[in-house]
Design a protein around this ligand. Sequence first.
Ligand code: KG4
Ligand code: ZN
Length: 358
Amino acid sequence: MRVLGIESSCDETSAAVVRGPVERPTLDSLVILSQDVHRLFGGVVPEIASREHLTAIVPVAERALADAGIDASQVDGIAVTHAPGLVGALLVGVSFAKALGAALQKPVIGVHHMEGHLFATALEHPDAAPPFTALLVSGGHTMLLDVEAWGRYRLLGATRDDAAGEAFDKTAKLLGLPYPGGRHIEELARSGDPGRVRFPRPMLHGGQRLGDADYYDVSFSGLKTAVLLAVRASQDLDAERAHIARGFQDALIETLVAKTMRAARAHGRTRIVLGGGVACNGALVAAARSAAAELGAQVFAPTPRLATDNAAMIAAAGLFRLGNGERDDATLNAFSTRPIPGLVEGLSPATPLPFPRC
Ligand code: KG4
Ligand code: ZN
């Protein structure tokens, strides 16, 4: 089965062709057009994003098909992000996919953007397959999931306020760095002294027990305020900027990694999959790898092209859903928020790993 994926939930217009089987998908092409215009405004302007998608969607999809060496009639189905995201932006992709599907008489499936992020890593690492613990960290979402099988997800924890990427972007703004700020913070933090500026680890302490509401959840708005106070208190921001960036990044990473290890341990998972734009962060990946080594677990992280928003992950998730016989009809709509599909409740039957508490 060959699927054309379309992604337009935020500020990337992307199309890709992915070929099955689901267990070993092949990426035939991937085109990503990033809308640089938003840098001027320090954040994504929804109306501009929609208009940019509208002008880009046809040439981007044509290019993805050409790169895959096929024409549109040779795809077996079309997968499109329909939630969550900016509704006006999503509608461009959804309308395009529905029109193309109708014209070609091919099935169309709406894909949840975060389910797409779950599938991204498997495109590069066939072993990044369920069961695994997943940490999804993007600009809009932070989710800790137990993935028992494709399509069966336990949502263990999420952010109570800012997403991890949002915390990076806002901290970058406070430090006078460009948008989006994640990679700039990472770069600056490399020259910062660890421990010179120490921020509290948000919602992380040894007294937390499995079953506590804050055992897996994270919260980054307090950390952002702590950065703001540090910036205000600084006598010489130029000299301290890198130390503040390092302090922020260390606090955020330690929190995310500790909670991810709790999840892997509690569910007996020996594979941990990272996804979303913040998974580009080398310090996060290194910290996750070293903590996972203590559990005897392996960490899989996508390369930046597949970690950040792209249509290949949407095509891969669509390959799974279309392969299951799922289809959407002409009523397929776009939604700004929507729970990830396939949520199951409770602890998995797996045996916890016999390792010390994190
Ligand atoms: O997944 P993504 O491309 O878009 C959303 O679905 O939101 O994630 C974008 C986020 C931005 O907040 C960006 O600052 C962050 O990923 N990011 C990073 C790095 N590269 C991108 N955060 C930390 N370190 C990085 N190297
Ligand atoms: Zn995303």
